[in-house]
Design a protein around this ligand. Structure first.
Ligand code: ADP
Ligand code: MG
Length: 357
């Protein structure tokens, strides 16, 4: 009798243990004070506390890297990209290892991506940035930069003259040069943060930094994949990701999905739109596509490639993706045609019939 009682008790305890075993719940949060964009953290955790800890890690890392990669603002006690720019032609600047890392990766990508993405294009990008800011504030007086000024600025954009000393953790650029890490910083911050989360045991989280999406693992529910919306570049509802604004949905696990689009940042001069991705060959906005979406594992790669593939003409862009391996892309051309790399459609819900079971 006693044995049966103990057995019964044991069964009750075990059942109640399972009964109480916390099931994974879905949580979501976002913040808007880094990288000039919305960063959202979506995912599954056993408790609110566990999720809050994860979100806090994302927030702290993004806050720190936002300071490091800022080209417009100074921060107390931090040498950032602006500090490097302010010291052009003056002296090497001692910087955090993350800045060295970002610059080394950017140099390698410049080489690989046929020179399309160049973080030393700052002098040219600054001119466009200033005219765009003016033109947005004062649409009636919006103007194009002078071609001569762009050509002059382009003399100071040689990325090989960005001198990195890994030993002493310094960066030096010559007078007239200026770094702009806008094409890589968000992806890099997303990847660094995702690595830290994974190291600390996080398993089911999606980070989206202004459309730079990195999925860690899978959703912890009946779905096998995360659904990442790909915006229809013709949709006028710019910041909404509701269904009617989507071109498609990519189903992914453990991958990054990043889109670069001409609709992101632009201004209008004489009824023509001038966006923010500049082709070094023409010194004008790249003019092949409305948007490019990249699917690949590494978020830094995805961010750089979305910009690089936006600049390359379609034959070159397709050939680049096909030879890159483990990278897929989708282009929406200026004419509205959708072009895919060979392995892209299996990710796509509408254009490829992918399911999320
Ligand atoms: P977003 O920042 O809107 O997500 P991208 O990732 O495509 O878009 O990056 C665009 C930014 O990259 C621009 O705002 C500018 O700072 C920078 N940029 C533009 N053209 C180039 C280029 N050819 N090489 C390097 N950086 C560029
Ligand atoms: Mg980019």
């Amino acid at each position: 009798m006693k044995k049966i009682l103990i057995l019964l008790l044991a069964i009750i305890i075990i059942t109640s243990m399972f009964g109480c075993a916390p099931v994974m719940q879905q949580y979501q949060t976002e913040f808007i004070d880094t990288f000039d964009t919305v960063v959202s953290v979506i995912g599954y955790a056993r408790t609110q506390d566990e999720f809050t800890k994860t979100a806090q890690m994302v927030y702290e890392n993004f806050t720190f890297m936002n300071k490091l990669f800022d080209i417009y603002n100074d921060y107390d006690g931090v040498n950032n990209i602006k500090t490097i720019n302010d010291n052009a032609g003056v002296a090497p600047v001692v910087v955090d290892k993350l800045i060295i890392d970002l610059i080394m990766q950017a140099k390698a990508w410049h080489e690989q991506a046929n020179g399309t993405v160049n973080i030393a294009l700052g002098p040219v990008l600054k001119i466009w940035h200033d005219y765009r800011t003016e033109g947005i504030e004062n649409p009636a007086f919006a103007q194009l930069p002078e071609k001569d000024a762009l050509i002059e600025a382009a003399k100071f954009t040689d990325i090989d003259r960005v001198i990195v000393d890994e030993q002493s953790s310094t960066v030096y650029i010559e007078q007239g040069m200026r770094l702009d890490v806008g094409a890589i910083a968000k992806g890099f911050a997303t990847q660094v943060t995702a690595d830290l989360l994974e190291e600390s045991g996080v398993e089911h989280i999606l980070i989206s930094a202004g459309g730079n999406v990195k999925a860690i693992g899978q959703p912890a529910d009946e779905r096998s994949k995360w659904g990442v919306g790909i915006k229809d570049p013709d949709s006028t509802l710019n910041y909404s990701t509701s269904e009617q604004n989507l071109l498609d949905v990519a189903f992914v696990e453990n991958l990054s999905v990043v889109t670069s689009g001409s609709y992101e940042r632009y201004y209008i001069v004489n009824e023509f739109t001038y966006h923010h991705i500049i082709d070094e060959n023409t010194l004008f906005p790249a003019a092949h596509y409305k948007s490019v979406t990249v699917v690949t594992k590494d978020a830094t790669a995805a961010d750089v490639l979305s910009t690089a593939l936006f600049i390359m003409p379609i034959e070159q862009a397709l050939a680049f993706v096909e030879s890159a391996g483990n990278t897929e892309a989708l282009w929406v051309t200026l004419g509205g045609e959708v072009v895919f790399s060979s392995g892209m459609t299996p990710y796509l819900r509408d254009l490829g019939g992918a399911t999320n079971k």
